[in-house]
Structure formats: structure tokens, C-alpha cells
Design a protein around this ligand. Structure first.
Ligand SMILES: [Zn+2]
Length: 187
């Protein structure tokens, strides 16, 4: 599940994540890295080399492995997306609902986030805390999916303007600034 309070800005917490232990911290880092690699593999296999990433193409790609439908939904205000597994006639299928009231760039991010839950098999029944490891993993996946570092690096060298870049990538300016920072593109 993705709620408004768990917006892209949570990614900022990456380095300041409250460490339970050295070991947990390393597992979390590895999982985030894995999430990004997973997104990069999808981008690579779809031969996507420019922004904006065509989310329809990504969904079709995922649908090869999963019985999945993506639908607009009238979710409550603070919920951006949700994924549920349904079983009918012994066949399981998944439904991703995205908040139809959200701006398009947020919907894209939410869909990416829910796809991550599907791929990482982290669907859950109860509402999780916005800061859980699973949620962060999904945020990282979605950010990499919509703003692949391989493409962004090149664009950022030419377009040093966050609003312009976010328009090109169909993401929010907030998501774009966090990604640029996480990818250390300013260095
Ligand atoms: Zn979630």
C-alpha cells in the first residue's frame, strides 16, 4: 500500500534510517539496491532509452508473468495506491488500484510502487507503516523505474532544471530532486 504520508520524500531518510543494528542496516541497503537493479533490468529488457518511461509497456511486461489488471479507483484521500490478490475459480489474479484523484505524475509513481509489491511478493493484508522496509524498497523501485539512472544522468547533464526534467519524466519535482540527490548526480 502506498499512502500520501509515505511520499517520495521518505527516500531522503535513506542515510538517516534509524538503525536497529549494523546487520539490519546492511540488509536494508542490500534490499534497496536489489530493488533498483530489478527496475534497471526491466528498463533494459524493454530497451527503454529515453524519458518518459512508458508505463503501459512496463505493465504489459509484468502481465507476461502475472495475471494483473491496473484500474483507477476512488481511494480515500491519503491512499495513493493499493494491490490486492484475488482468487477466482482457482485462478489467482492481482488488481492494482491507483487513486484517480491524484495528479498523473503521482499515479505513475504509485503504480510503480504497487508493481514492486507484486514483484517482491510483499503484499500484505494489514496497513503497514509508511516507513517500513518493504515500503522503502518499493519507493526505490518506482523511482528507478520512472527515472532510470542510466537515462537521467545524461539528461541531467543537459537539462539542469528540476521542473523541466520532472515534466520530461512525468514525475513530481519532489521525486525528481530526491532521485538526483540519491543518484549523487550533483557531485
Ligand atoms: Zn506499499
Amino acid at each position: 500500500m502506498r499512502d500520501e504520508n509515505n511520499n517520495e520524500e521518505d527516500l531522503k531518510l535513506d542515510n538517516s534510517y534509524n538503525q536497529e543494528s549494523y546487520f539490519d542496516d546492511h540488509i536494508l541497503k542490500a534490499r534497496k539496491k536489489e530493488a533498483r537493479i530489478f527496475a534497471q533490468k526491466i528498463i533494459k529488457s524493454l530497451k527503454i532509452n529515453e524519458a518518459p518511461v512508458n508505463l503501459r509497456e512496463v505493465i504489459s511486461h509484468v502481465q507476461k508473468d502475472f495475471n494483473l489488471v491496473v484500474i483507477p479507483d476512488t481511494l480515500s484521500k491519503n491512499i495513493s495506491g493499493i494491490i490486492v490478490k484475488l482468487t477466482e475459480l482457482e485462478q489467482e489474479f492481482f488488481v492494482i488500484g491507483f487513486n484517480a484523484n491524484d495528479p498523473w505524475c503521482r499515479r505513475r509513481f504509485s503504480i510503480g510502487h504497487e508493481i514492486a509489491h507484486l514483484l517482491f511478493n510483499t503484499l500484505c493484508d494489514k496497513r503497514e507503516s509508511g516507513n517500513s522496509e518493504r515500503e522503502k524498497e518499493c519507493e526505490f523501485f518506482s523511482a528507478e523505474l520512472l527515472m532510470p539512472k542510466s537515462i537521467l544522468k545524461n539528461d541531467f547533464s543537459k537539462i539542469r532544471n528540476i521542473p523541466e526534467l520532472s515534466k520530461k519524466y512525468l514525475v513530481s519535482s519532489a521525486a525528481m530532486s530526491i532521485k538526483i540527490s540519491n543518484d549523487s548526480l550533483l557531485k
